[in-house]
Write a protein that binds this ligand. Structure first.
Ligand SMILES: NC(=O)c1ccc[n+]([C@@H]2O[C@H](COP(=O)([O-])OP(=O)(O)OC[C@H]3O[C@@H](n4cnc5c(N)ncnc54)[C@H](OP(=O)(O)O)[C@@H]3O)[C@@H](O)[C@H]2O)c1
Length: 314
């Protein structure tokens, strides 16, 4: 009997240790109001983007849902009403990041109709198989979008850019020959995804260098609050690695609400401006591996991207 009690106590202790050190996500603690502020969230109709947009709306912001499907964005707006946010300043604008023409059209419409922009959240990406449409959508589309909106962000300081990256950035080095072969909309699977996420981290770094002294700051983000959930009991789960053999009925999952916390933190938390250009996860700044903090590579990627999206003549 004593042995059983000791075993149970040990198991509970181990669980508590693992839960608090590895699984429990961190929530954004800021209660900052965004009344009078304008926010763009790309890919805001589902997942992390939808939860981020909902939080911005709850804080009173005017929120532009930058999505490629009006129907899906409208459905997201309706579910926002079900959540009883009183904010009716949530609008849809069409944006397909796989098309540079669409990015330019979005920017033109936005700049004509919206006098202000305080927070740009470059969230869209990822396909149904868990990987992205690659560098085209995840990097080049957002690169062009950010550049076209930069003057407006500078006019509305303090303002911020949040770039959704991922821990997968660690798995690859930057290969410019692959970047030039990547067509918008093309997918090369997981490595392509990891590559695009490394571009996201380097982009935020170089953007911050270029914006020094302007009061526009930017952050790259790995989203995610981990939770152990029974398979099939989680509404709209976002797949993450399985917990392991013997635990096959349990999976490690990101909830969209949990996944949105670090984006929200980087969008609203006061006092993080000195970390502009840095990488965040679990609402904390993190060190990135050496190849993701190489300023020369970040600058080269910027110049390369300018040529790819037609922002520079050469
Ligand atoms: N979830 C995770 O576990 C995880 C982990 C690390 C990083 N991330 C990053 O976090 C971000 C959000 O992830 P998520 O899990 O919330 O993704 P998700 O649920 O798959 O949602 C992706 C969103 O991006 C939109 N999108 C895709 N292609 C687009 C395009 N060409 N133009 C405009 N919008 C487009 C989708 O619109 P449609 O509905 O029209 O397809 C959707 O709104 C992504 O950048 C992802 O790489 C996620």
């Amino acid at each position: 009997m004593v042995a059983l009690i000791v075993a149970v106590a040990a198991a509970v202790s181990v669980y508590i240790f693992i839960y608090y050190n590895f699984l429990k996500g961190v929530k954004c603690k800021s209660d900052v109001s965004l009344n009078g502020r304008t926010v763009i969230v790309t890919g805001a109709n589902t997942g992390i983007g939808k939860e981020t947009a909902l939080d911005m709306a709850r804080r009173g912001a005017r929120v532009v849902l930058a999505c490629r499907s009006k129907d899906r964005a409208e459905a997201a707006r309706f579910s926002r009403r079900e959540d009883k946010t009183s904010n009716n300043q949530v609008v849809f604008m069409h944006l397909d990041l796989a098309s540079l023409k669409s990015v330019r059209a979005f920017a033109e419409t936005f700049l004509k109709s919206e006098p202000q922009l305080h927070i740009l959240i470059n969230n869209a990406g990822k396909t149904e198989d868990g990987f992205s449409m690659g560098v085209g959508v995840n990097h080049f589309g957002h690169f062009l979008l950010t550049n076209l909106l930069l003057e407006r962000l500078k006019q509305c300081v303090p303002s911020r850019v949040v770039v959704l990256a991922s821990e997968t950035y660690r798995m690859v080095g930057l290969d410019f020959s692959k970047l030039s072969r990547t067509e918008p909309g093309h997918t090369n699977g997981f490595l392509d995804y990891a590559h695009s996420k490394l571009c996201n981290v380097l982009f935020a770094r170089e953007l911050s260098n270029r914006l020094e002294g302007t009061n526009v700051t930017c952050y790259s983000v790995h989203p995610g609050e981990h939770s152990i959930t029974l398979c099939g009991h989680q509404p709209a789960p976002i797949p993450a690695p399985r917990a392991g053999p013997g635990l096959s009925r349990f999976t490690l999952q990101y909830t969209p609400q949990g996944g949105a916390q670090t984006s929200i933190h980087c969008a609203v938390q006061e006092g993080i401006e000195r970390f502009s250009g840095r990488y965040f996860s679990d609402c904390r700044v993190r060190e990135v591996v050496a190849h993701a903090r190489d300023d020369a590579v970040a600058r080269k990627l910027w110049e390369f991207s300018e040529r790819m999206v037609g922002l520079s003549a050469d």
